[in-house]
Design a protein around this ligand. Sequence first.
Ligand code: PSU
Ligand code: MN
Length: 305
Amino acid sequence: MSLVTLSASVAEALASGAPVVALESTIITHGMPWPQNLEMARKVEETVRAEGAVPATVAVLDGKLCVGLEDAQIEALAQARGVAKLSRADLAVCMSQGGTGATTVAATMIGAARAGIKTFATGGIGGVHQGAEKSFDVSADLQELAQTPVTVVCAGAKAILDLPKTLEVLETLGVPVIAYGQDQLPAFWSREAGLRAPLRMDSPEEIARASAMRAALGLPGGQLVANPIPPKAEIARDVLAPVIARANADAEAHGIRGKQLTPYLLQRIFELTEGRSLEANIALVLNNARLGAQIAKAISALPGK
Ligand code: PSU
Ligand code: MN
C-alpha cells in the first residue's frame, strides 16, 4: 500500500521529473472565509500552471494522504465546516482512523517530502506566538522546517506572531531564512518587518542551488523563503498594528489556545478590517505561487537531475 495518493497530473509530473509545487489546505479551510477560499485555491493552482509547473494541493481525505487534489475535492474542502486541522502530531492518527483533514505547513511538508516534491508555496507559516514566554505556543511548522527537506515560500510571518523570537528559534533549529530580493524580512501584509533577514537571495536558481547543497551535505530540513507582498497590494504596518493588538487581546480574553489560536486570530483580523486584509492575503499567495513554480523549475533544471 502506498502511503501517499497522487493525483493523475502529479503522478505524471513526478515520473517525468517535471516541476511540482506543493500547496497546503489549512489556508483553505481555516485561513480564509468561503467563497474567497475556493477562488484563491483555484487561482493559486492556475498561477502555478501558468508558470509551467504542476500544483499539488495536499489534504487527508477519508484516511488517504492525497498529494494533488481534483477541483471537486478542493471545492468540497473549501465548503466543508469543522474540518480537522492536521499538523505533524495529528497526521498519522487521522489517516489511521480513516478521517479527513486539512494539512498545515508542517503536515503539507511531510506529504510533499513523501511524494518527492521539494518546493511548497503558501501565504504565512506558523511561528512563535506573542506571549510565548507564558503560553509556550510555538508552531510545529518551525520544527518541521528543521527536519523535512522542502523549500517553503511564504510572505514572511504575520505580525500576530513574535517575529524576533520566530527568527531566533529558526536560527537555533538551523533553518535558513532567505528574504527574496531585499535585505529586510517581509512581514506578510507589509513588505518590511523592521528586521533584517538573516539571508538574501535574488533568483530562483540561487535558492535551488542552496537546497541541493544542503541535501548534498546530508543536512536534514528545508529552507524558508520570505517573498515580499507586491507593492500595490501592501497594507502599511501601522494600519494593522492596532488591529493585531486587538485580535490578540480578544483571544486572551476568550481563553483561545492551542490549535484554535491561529485560525481565531486570522478570522478576527478579517472581521476587524472588514475584509480588507483578505485582498492583500490573496495577492501575496499568488505572488508566492509564482515564485514557488520558478524555484521548482530551477530545481528540476539542476545538473544531475
Ligand atoms: N498563517 C497564516 N495563514 C494560515 C496559517 C498560518 O497567515 O492559514 C495556517 C498554516 O496552515 C500554518 C498554520 O501552518 O496556520 C499554523 O498553525 P499553528 O500556529 O497552530 O501551528
Ligand atoms: Mn500553536
